[in-house]
Design a protein around this ligand. Structure first.
Ligand SMILES: C[S@@+](CC[C@H](N)C(=O)[O-])C[C@H]1O[C@@H](n2cnc3c(N)ncnc32)[C@H](O)[C@@H]1O
Length: 217
């Protein structure tokens, strides 16, 4: 049974918890199994897929560190993609955590962690080594946060998905210049495998997929 399906122009994930919507998404039964449509206007990973992302490295038993989980829209689809794995959901907003916490209670592979992604030491005792770090924090120092977390938690040659929001770095600077700065910052630690602008789904955003380099350890 495929965990990710293309249905017309959209993607959908095989729901880990049948009969439950997370953010009002459409549900569809196929061969007795329920799929949740993955809205590309609500999730940057879905936008990237719709725009032709080649690097999807979520396996059914992957462990994922998700930084900036918010109320769990994208994290819930990743949870569908890794039914035998774990998604550690780091979020520092108590307001977002109020939505995330009950969602995690219903999904056995999502773990809520109220903490600042800038301070990985805050949650180091809660998680082990992970296969993937997914980050969508819309912060000025996005590359530093990713590097810090990857050095601490990512397995050798593990994958990272960084959703860059240019306007969180500098509202007045040309987004392309900011994307290049971020890609250069990542060079010390990662091999960047793919980069995709997310227009028209998310203006001035880029999805950067990288792999931890062998030589940084
Ligand atoms: C754009 S939203 C994330 C949307 C979410 N990734 C999704 O697709 O469903 C960014 C989130 O990152 C959180 N955030 C920003 N800085 C953070 C930090 N330093 N540590 C943890 N969470 C942070 C914000 O509170 C916000 O909920």
């Amino acid at each position: 049974m495929k965990l990710l399906k293309k249905l017309g122009n959209d993607y959908a994930t095989l729901s880990l918890v049948s009969g439950r919507k997370v953010y009002g998404e459409r549900l569809k039964k196929i061969d007795g199994k329920e799929y949740r449509f993955w809205d590309s206007y609500r999730s940057k990973l879905s936008a990237a897929l719709t725009l032709g992302l080649n690097n999807m490295h979520f396996e059914e038993d992957s462990t994922v560190l998700y930084l900036g989980a918010a109320n769990g829209t994208t994290a819930s689809h990743i949870s569908d993609l890794v039914p035998k794995g774990i998604v550690y959901c780091v979020e520092f907003s108590p307001r977002a955590m109020a939505d995330l916490y009950p969602l995690c209670k219903k999904r056995k592979n999502m773990v809520p962690i109220l903490a600042d992604a800038n301070q990985p030491i805050q949650y180091a005792h809660r998680i082990g080594q992970v296969d993937i770090v997914y980050q969508d924090v819309a912060q000025r120092h996005q590359a530093d946060i990713l590097i810090k977390n990857a050095k601490m938690f990512l397995k050798p040659r593990g994958w990272t998905y960084l959703m860059v929001k240019a306007r969180s770095i500098d509202v007045s600077e040309n987004p392309n210049k900011l994307f290049n700065i971020i890609i250069n910052q990542l060079r010390s630690t990662f091999d960047t495998e793919e980069k995709l602008k997310l227009d028209p789904y998310e203006k001035d955003h880029m999805c950067i997929v990288s792999r931890l380099r062998k030589t940084i350890r």
